[in-house]
Design a protein around this ligand. Structure first.
Ligand SMILES: Cc1ncc(COP(=O)(O)O)c(C=O)c1O
Length: 451
């Protein structure tokens, strides 16, 4: 079990308050937007600051103390990530990137010359869909009305097409659905394809084991980022097999990627250096590794149990909110702590605005960069019309939903608090006048003009 009070102490953001509308006292922030980004803990921040203050120096290029220490700390980052995802470091490499999107795009680029199509799920974040559309021919496999993946569709498309890569999320950023990554990996391999797991949502919420490369269920490529795993922005990674990574041209050729350059020739290094042109985000990578160490110390099983408890409780309590419509129908045991919903006909922007301005509850709203999945879950068949309208430069209400997403320091009391506030909204008892979606209020509840 997690000691939530102790964990909250570790996160300075839990002490933050905002002035909310209609209250004389500031309200403690209730942060329910971990699906977008998570705050670094005190330990991670200290590690980051310690590095920047005391050891700031470029890696691999110096014989002075600072550079040697910096290099040593940086090399340990790879080891930490390999160990965190139980990966074999001889047959694979970890390439450090700026965010999950660049790691996913890197995979699409690595695989671009391999014959065959890429099979992408309809559940994906745009970052695990659009890069593939740019680099290869893409076919999508479907989702079912309960928000889960249509495995029959996947199997059929795998059998009836020459598929080189199956790109699928480990967990949905909309419904929290936990993909059976091993079943899909096995199916992909049986049909001669590789698998790419988008682990952006998964990394800090559930134990990941990529399994040995000769295991039928092994994961070939896995992408994830520190800003969703209690580390600062700007540090992420791609895990992938050397038999691909060391054979392809560098993703970004340049300094650090070569063994030698003559006037008219060059020889590239092996991975990861081969694909890490230029100075990497050394401080960010060190902070990411520190955060993964902290998560390991807490125990990923404890992290997962806490999240299941919060999610089960929330799914139960949210039933009390009149006219709430939770997207998908997935039990807590098979999802992350991500819950997306609408309340009656209220706009998602309005609900998020009220939660923020009257209760200091941070949620996210809109379509969560997963437009096709949202269209399906909302039962909207007007994607062509939306695109035609937008092409003509006309405004169009594309709809969406409100999302709450839990992290390691959220508590059952916070679930109660958000439930009570959603009931208040469903019963139209909010205090301020929000006008339409383009009307905003500052943190004192004073109306701002739309920008
Ligand atoms: C499932 C999923 N994939 C990819 C991304 C993109 O991640 P990043 O912002 O690190 O590029 C996100 C971000 O929300 C996500 O939720």
């Amino acid at each position: 079990m997690l000691d939530i009070d102790n964990i909250r102490e570790e996160f300075p953001i839990t002490q933050k308050s905002f002035q909310v509308y209609g209250s004389s006292e500031p309200r403690k922030l209730v942060y329910l937007d971990h699906g977008a980004s998570t705050h670094p803990s005190r330990t991670v921040l200290n590690k980051y600051i310690d590095f920047v203050k005391n050891y700031y120096s470029n890696v691999h290029r110096g014989k002075h103390f600072l550079s040697m220490i910096s290099t040593e700390l940086f090399e340990r980052v790879y080891k930490t990530i390999f160990s965190f995802i139980s990966a074999d470091k001889d047959e694979n490499a970890i390439v450090l990137t700026a965010n999950t999107t660049s790691a996913l795009d890197m995979t699409a680029w690595f695989m671009r010359e391999v014959e065959g199509i890429t099979l992408v799920s309809m559940m994906e974040h745009h970052s695990n869909d659009l890069p593939h559309r740019h680099r290869s021919k893409v076919l999508h496999f479907g989702v079912k009305p309960d928000g889960t993946l249509d495995m029959d569709d996947l199997e059929n498309k795998l059998k009836n097409n020459k598929v080189k890569l199956v790109a699928v999320t480990g967990a949905s950023n909309v419904t929290g659905f936990l993909t059976d990554i091993y079943r899909i990996a096995k199916l992909a391999h049986e049909n001669g394809a590789r698998i790419l797991i988008d682990a952006a949502q998964l990394l800090a919420h559930k134990q990941i084991d990529v399994k040995p490369n000769d295991h039928p269920e092994h994961i070939d490529f896995l992408a994830a980022a520190g800003h969703k795993a209690y580390a600062p922005f700007g540090s992420a990674f791609l895990f992938g097999p050397r038999d691909v990574l060391d054979r392809v041209q560098p993703y970004v050729p340049g300094g650090g990627t070569v063994l030698f350059v003559s006037e008219d020739d060059y020889i590239y290094a092996s991975s990861p250096d081969r694909h890490q042109g230029g100075t990497p985000n050394i401080a960010g990578a060190i902070a990411l590794a520190e955060s993964l160490n902290c998560l390991s110390e807490i125990g990923m099983d404890n992290v997962r149990s806490h999240e299941i408890e919060l999610t089960e409780y929330a799914l139960d309590r949210l039933k009390e909110v009149p006219e709430i419509n939770i997207l998908g129908n997935i039990p807590a045991s098979n999802r992350l702590g991500v819950i997306t919903f609408n309340i009656g006909k209220l706009s998602n922007g309005l609900v998020s605005d009220i939660l923020n301005h009257e209760a200091a509850i941070a949620t996210r709203n809109g379509r969560f960069c997963a437009h096709p999945y949202l269209s399906y879950l909302l039962g909207r068949n007007d994607s062509d019309e939306i695109i035609a309208n937008l092409r003509r430069g006309e405004k169009f209400d594309i709809g969406g939903a409100v999302r709450i997403s839990f992290g390691i320091f959220n508590s059952l009391e916070e679930v109660d608090y958000v439930t009570e506030n959603l009931k208040m909204i469903a019963e139209h008892r909010w205090k301020a006048n929000y006008g339409d979606d383009t009307t905003y209020f500052d943190c004192k509840g004073v109306q701002l003009s739309a920008s």
